[in-house]
Design a protein around this ligand. Structure first.
Ligand SMILES: Cc1ncc(COP(=O)(O)O)c(C=O)c1O
Length: 472
């Protein structure tokens, strides 16, 4: 089956007057896409859109899950009348997280909405505790937390730059601390411990300069994604932030919208931070999305720890406000069915093992070879490579060459989806090219071999082309 591929588009997204490539269908890790009149039916969807897919496409159980969810859901305005599916999904997430980490969850429809809600939950938490001056949100340079105005205000990247004039005050409310980006920002000769200490000192200084009594929260992507690729936090980094938050009575907010919900968990569970936090350390609040619904429903959420829940219980006992589609029964029921299938089939364990093996294969093949890859980084099912002009000096390609986007196009021609992004080093100059991969949790060893093969072939082709053009 093909679709109308006339160039005109009625969708106001990305390109205004040209139709984007259109999806025709998908099965497992494969996706069929029609682009400029040609049907590509041997594409491995190694990026699952924006790291969304967990179960793979066309899963045979999803229609049953969806049908049951439709039958059992009647819409109610969740502010007044709740539903069992949202309760069950919350309990599922809490039960599949380390004991004591979370005690409540709010479901919404996108990662941006989740982070907006997290900011309001944090603000109200401090009101409940009688501290109305705690209004400052610290987050990181080179970060992405969503495209709505609040979420963009705690982000820093080239998607935010044009909207700075209408974002929340970046000098007094939404403060930024340095990114954690060892490949570029850890100095020559500096040990990991020293680098982590430098970052802790920088954060502590921001807190003290701002006055701890005015700081509400610190927000971090456990494993970043669409801004600087996927540098895993070095040992001691997240535990150190936890300790600083405790020291100054500040909430710790982890954004796991892209890296969480099974994509990179070492214990067959859900949370990425389980790789990095010390036993008994948890975030106070966490946002999730993407793989939660695995692309079958639009769902995201906010997980709330016992400290926050207790403050509300002892305080007003009420949440201020809600969305029409908060706790949406159908979305929650489908997400729960998807998550149950993932757990029943050990797929979070599978993607952790197979993903790490993919990362190793890419590292082994790309780092020692003569090509444009300077770094391969990631964990579990979430990896990225950074392209450089010179492996030794780490010099970047000029932005105008669009190396990352060219790589994305070459991969597509070679039957592989990846996400090319620019600006990983500087959102001001737009410099720094990366490509991300985040396959479905169902990948097999053979799939991993094939993804690595197509990826490496594409790197070689682009390296060769840049050499011929005199750019490398
Ligand atoms: C870490 C992170 N937070 C939040 C978001 C926003 O999610 P959404 O696009 O679903 O609004 C994203 C999207 O890529 C993300 O990567």
């Amino acid at each position: 089956m093909t679709q109308d591929t006339a160039q005109e588009t009625y969708v106001f997204l990305n390109t205004i007057n040209k139709k984007l490539p259109q999806v025709l269908g998908g099965k497992g890790i494969n996706i069929t896409i029609e682009k400029d009149g040609k049907v590509y039916d041997d594409i491995i969807d190694a990026m699952t859109g924006a790291a969304v897919g967990a179960l793979g496409w066309g899963d045979e159980d999803v229609p049953k899950i969806v049908a049951k969810a439709v039958e059992n859901s009647t819409y109610t305005f969740p502010f007044y009348v709740g539903n069992q599916a949202s309760e069950d999904l919350a309990k599922f997430y809490i039960d599949h997280s380390p004991k004591g980490a979370f005690s409540s969850a709010l479901w919404c429809c996108s990662g941006s909405e989740a982070n907006e809600n997290a900011m309001k939950i944090i603000k109200q938490y401090w009101l409940e505790r009688g501290q109305p001056k705690k209004n400052r949100f610290i987050s990181r340079e080179t970060s992405y937390h969503g495209f709505s105005l609040g979420a963009l205000s705690i982000s820093e990247n080239n998607r935010a730059t044009n909207f700075l004039d209408i974002l929340i005050d970046q000098k007094n409310i939404c403060l930024k601390m340095p990114a954690c980006y060892p490949y570029r920002l850890q100095k020559e000769g500096q040990t990991t411990e020293e680098y982590v200490q430098e970052l802790m000192d920088a954060l502590e200084k921001i807190i003290l300069d701002a006055d701890p009594a005015t700081v509400a929260s610190v927000t971090i992507e456990t494993l970043p994604g669409s801004t600087m690729g996927t540098p895993p936090p070095p040992p001691g980094y997240l535990p150190g932030i936890r300790r600083l938050c405790d020291k100054y009575d500040i909430l710790m907010h982890l954004d796991e919208v892209m890296c969480g919900t099974g994509r990179a968990n070492p214990n067959g569970g859900l949370n990425c931070w389980e790789n990095y936090m010390e036993p008994g350390q948890f975030p106070d609040i966490q946002t999730v999305g993407k793989t939660l619904g695995s692309g079958y429903v639009t769902i995201a959420g906010i997980l709330v720890g016992p400290k926050i829940k207790e403050a509300y219980e002892k305080g007003s006992g009420m949440i201020i406000g809600s969305h029409t589609y908060s706790s949406h029964a159908f979305n929650c029921a489908v997400a729960l069915g998807v998550q149950q299938k993932i757990m029943d089939n050990g797929l979070t364990k599978n993607i952790f093992e197979k993903g790490n093996s993919l990362g190793k294969k890419l590292s082994d093949a790309l780092i020692p070879a003569d090509n444009i890859v300077g770094d391969v980084r990631g964990i579990g099912g979430f990896w990225s490579v950074e392209f450089v002009k010179d492996k030794k000096t780490k010099a970047m390609f000029p932005k105008e060459l669009h190396v990352a986007y060219r790589f994305q196009d070459i991969c597509f021609e070679n039957g592989l989806t990846v996400m090319g992004m620019q600006g990983c080093y500087s959102n001001k100059t737009g410099e720094g090219d990366i490509a991300l991969i985040a396959p479905a949790f169902i990948v097999t060893d053979e799939d991993i071999d094939e993804i690595a093969k197509r990826f490496v072939k594409s790197v070689d082709e682009l390296s060769k082309a840049l050499k011929e053009e005199g750019e490398w």
